[in-house]
Design a protein around this ligand. Structure first.
Ligand SMILES: C=CC1=C(C)c2cc3[nH]c(cc4nc(cc5[nH]c(cc1n2)c(C)c5CCC(=O)O)C(CCC(=O)O)=C4C)c(C)c3C=C
Ligand code: FE2
Ligand code: FE2
Length: 340
């Protein structure tokens, strides 16, 4: 029997500082996220970051937490429920960090008699710290706990027509009537991650990310973000000069991919952009990074820089058209099981 596992990043179990600390420890000790040798990672994460960040992050989580829990988990559950109504195989969710874990999700499917799983990492663009760590973790769990189970992984879908149409339509519906610019703010990654995962060693994080065709693009997160943006701009028929791409949420002292969202938000009002619409297409569901970092902090930065109107465009969340895309992508992979 076949089944579907939707995988998202995960959130702390509550906004208590200790729960946030436990979550951040698992997240940041992942060597695909902070890719230093264990001893240096432990010194940085446990010796420095976890001393102060959990209290700060817990305060931020409190501002977005709902009666049902973390927005990211609640929305992923809504996607699961809606998808379950459209497909005739069991659908479960699993989080890369904290609960419900990938193991919990696979166990629930196995308990329902599933032996062939389509696993969907809910990230449009490939990154070592997202898609790659999800697949690595799922393979580790499968080998150790479920050796008879087969897993088929859905690949990044940043450039698929069905996804681009869906994202473009969603944005179009929510765009305000008057705006000076539409900003696409993607989660950032350290530059080092892009060099590390480039099998061709040709990406220089410059023009090659935006070049038409280049073998490095399959693993270049920066390229994939530009490509999603360009395809949406084309669909919406937007003048290029009315659009901005930037990268948010950087952590630590390393150089992350540029331009940075916070700096952009502070400076664009001085260039005449007073009315801004902003969307975050690296996230399929709203979460701390969109609801707090962009909608609240980002708005403050923009207004502080002299901006006047800040319009946040929510993620796809559980919109019906997005659930249809999830269904199509899952069905493609479910069908592959029949071919082998
Ligand atoms: C596109 C998706 C994401 C990428 C790429 C990514 C890389 C990445 N993130 C951190 C550090 C943190 N991220 C945090 C929250 C967070 N990150 C993503 C997605 C991506 N991260 C999401 C969806 C969330 C929100 C989770 C939620 O519960 O809502 C956090 C925790 C919050 C905080 O303390 O700020 C950290 C830390 C790194 C270091 C990284 C790449 C190396
Ligand atoms: Fe993150
Ligand atoms: Fe690149």
């Amino acid at each position: 029997m076949k089944g579907i596992l939707l995988v998202n990043l995960g959130s702390p179990r509550s906004t208590a500082v200790n729960d946030v600390k436990e979550y951040l420890d698992e997240f940041l000790m992942d060597e695909k996220v902070i890719d230093y040798r264990w001893i240096f990672r432990a010194l940085l994460v446990r010796g420095i970051i976890l001393k102060t960040r959990p209290a700060k992050s817990a305060e931020a989580y409190k501002t977005v937490w709902t009666d049902q829990g973390s927005p990211l988990i609640v929305i992923t559950e809504k996607i699961q429920k809606k998808l379950q109504k459209l497909v005739d195989v069991p659908v479960e969710i699993g989080m890369r960090y904290a609960e419900p874990s990938i193991e919990t999700g696979i166990q629930k499917l196995v308990d329902k008699g599933v032996s062939e799983i389509v696993l969907f990492p809910l990230y449009p663009q490939y990154a070592m710290s997202t898609t790659e760590t999800v697949i690595e973790k799922a393979e580790e769990v499968r080998k150790q706990k479920f050796p008879k189970v087969k897993i088929n992984y859905i690949q990044p879908f940043y450039n698929r027509d069905i996804y681009i149409n869906c994202l473009a339509e969603s944005i179009k519906e929510k765009l305000p009537e008057n705006f000076d610019a539409l900003q696409f703010s993607y989660h950032g990654v350290p530059e080092r991650h892009i060099y590390k995962t480039d099998p061709t060693k040709t990406c220089n994080l410059n023009d090659c990310c935006s070049r038409e065709s280049n073998p490095s693009h399959q693993f270049c997160y920066r390229h994939q973000c530009f490509d999603t943006t360009n395809k949406v701009i084309e669909k919406l028929n937007l003048p290029r000069e009315k659009t901005i791409v930037s990268f948010q949420s950087r952590l630590g002292k390393d150089k992350w991919i540029e331009p940075y969202t916070d700096e952009t938000l502070e400076t664009i009002p001085k260039k005449g952009i007073k009315n801004l619409a902003i969307v975050c297409p690296a996230f399929v569901s709203d979460c701390l990074e969109t609801l707090e970092e962009i909608s609240v902090e980002g708005k403050e930065q923009f207004l502080h820089g002299g901006g006047e109107n800040f319009h946040y465009i929510p993620c796809l969340n559980d919109e019906d058209r997005w659930i249809e895309v999830v269904k199509t992508l899952c069905e493609e992979k479910l069908n592959e099981f029949y071919l082998v």
